[in-house]
Design a protein around this ligand. Structure first.
Ligand code: 6PG
Length: 465
């Protein structure tokens, strides 16, 4: 049968998506910029090759597709994507759709959608989460684009998506850059969750003195309860591996400098541009940046010493602290989504987003089912922090979080993400904060003016009389 979709780019993720489609009985056409990888890909496809039309170049790929064409590009979403569009636009015809399934900056996606619209072409920004395994067997997908493209792609995407209770984890979330934006914030939450788990590892292993197998067991036990999540599960797994060369635990031979490709940083940048601040994601991005400064940390360790006190905490307190931290990290992520949705008129549905994150993606967690229910019930102001479903978790968890952060801080064990969660919560529950002082300072040095509690309009302080 005619290929339903073309895949251009057979690297790790592109090949996995192509094989997923072929596996689900979807006829596809596939190609790659460097044609030499194609035979190897077809060999790997095995029996699935019968659903794949492999061609040597972009022109042949376009020619293999029925009209209107749907062409998914899995190539770097930066310069190579623009160069690809330069090549492909003249080959396409009105009504065709190009899909960018990489992690793109949503501003680029918006610009590319506008560029293609000038040619009556459609551009889809498709956020795909779940790593290679997800792409191969069922990712969570966040689609931004036109209704036309969604009606074209829906049957394919719903077939290849992860399923939660049978429901596909994919939806059309909004126009142009909406899907890539939601994917970016997904990754921001991913960063925060990873950082919180890493801080907890430090607390358990170095603060409480547990050995690695015991830490892994603890993560497994939490994973079986309300804290169940993919990241908790894989962390337990990772801690059990030994390095084949040295026989030491794998985590003990890995250099403590984290990489980052940009999505966490973009989340922070966009949040700040929208007048928001997601402190837990900021702490996670900062944590990775600080980790990369290993030479500086080695000097500072010599200069100031790296002694840390032992922690006196029980694991049930830590579990309660982690539960509230996770609520707060999602609350911060969904605040950014709401702010962007208002700014760009996307009409994002937070309940739906939480639903499609319940399976397939990296931040899949048991709690997401409760989060989608909380949004469906109408969280006040669209804020998870105020949702009645999480009131008890927050109220019961905060004393635990306070104890964990306080104990860690007193012992000199850094917990930037956990501490920033608490600082955010404590700030938000003060109806009267301290920005009055900042306003007074601004007016004093720069005549910036301030509002009064008891009168409208701009005012100046007595220092200007
Ligand atoms: C996912 C992941 C995926 C990728 C991140 C990692 O949802 O499948 O988030 O997109 O692994 O880009 O990002 P860093 O390299 O920045 O940690």
């Amino acid at each position: 049968s005619d290929p339903k979709i073309g895949i251009y780019g057979l690297g790790t993720m592109g090949a996995a998506l192509a094989l997923n489609m072929a596996d689900k009985g979807i006829a596809i056409a596939a190609s790659n910029r460097t044609a030499s990888v194609i035979p190897e890909f077809m060999e790997r496809a095995g029996d699935l090759a019968e659903n794949i039309t492999a061609v040597d170049d972009l022109k042949a790929l376009i020619d293999a597709l029925p009209k209107p064409r749907n062409l998914l590009a899995m190539i770097p979403s930066t310069g190579p994507m623009d160069a690809f569009l330069d090549d492909v636009i003249p080959m396409l015809e009105a009504g065709d759709t190009v899909i960018d399934a990489g992690n793109a900056d949503f501003h680029s996606t918006r610009a590319r959608a506008a560029r293609l619209a000038e040619h009556d072409l459609h551009f889809v920004g498709l956020g795909v989460s779940g790593g290679e395994e997800g792409a191969r067997h069922g990712p969570s997908m966040m689609m931004g684009g036109t209704d036309h493209s969604w009606s074209e792609l829906k049957p394919v995407l719903e077939k290849i998506a992860a399923k939660f209770d049978g429901a596909p984890c994919v939806d059309h979330l909004g126009p142009d850059g909406a899907g890539h934006f939601v994917k970016t914030v997904h990754n921001g939450i991913e960063y925060a969750d990873m950082q919180v788990i890493a801080e907890t590892y430090d607390i358990l292993r170095n603060g409480l003195g547990m050995d690695l197998p015991a830490v892994a067991d603890q993560f497994d036990a939490w994973n079986d309860g309300p804290l169940g999540s993919y990241l908790m599960e894989i962390t337990a797994k990772v801690l059990r591996y030994d390095d084949p060369e040295t026989g030491k635990p794998a985590v003990d031979v890995i250099r403590d400098s984290a990489g980052q490709k940009g999505t966490g940083r973009w989340t922070v940048i966009e949040a700040v541009k929208l007048g928001q601040s997601a402190t837990m994601i900021e702490a996670a991005v900062a944590g990775r940046a600080w980790s990369a400064e290993k030479p500086l940390r080695e000097l500072a360790a010599k200069a100031f010493g790296e002694d840390r006190g032992a922690l006196d905490l029980d694991v049930t307190t830590i579990e309660a602290a982690l539960r509230v931290a996770r609520v707060l990290e999602y609350a911060q992520g969904f605040r950014i989504l709401k702010a962007a949705s208002d700014e760009y008129d996307w009409n994002l549905d937070p309940a739906r987003i939480a639903e499609i994150w319940r399976a397939g993606c990296i931040i899949r967690a048991k709690m997401l089912d409760d989060i989608s229910a909380a949004f469906r019930d109408g969280a006040p102001e669209g804020q998870l922090l105020l949702a009645s479903a999480f009131r008890d978790t927050i109220q019961d968890g905060i004393p635990a979080l306070r104890q964990v952060v306080g104990t860690a801080v007193a012992a000199g064990l850094p917990v930037p993400a956990l501490a920033s969660a608490l600082a955010w919560y404590d700030t938000m529950r003060q109806s009267r904060g301290t920005a009055n002082v900042v306003q007074a300072q601004r007016d004093f040095f720069g005549r910036h003016g301030f509002e009064r509690l008891d009168a409208e309009g701009a005012h100046h302080g007595p220092w200007w009389d």
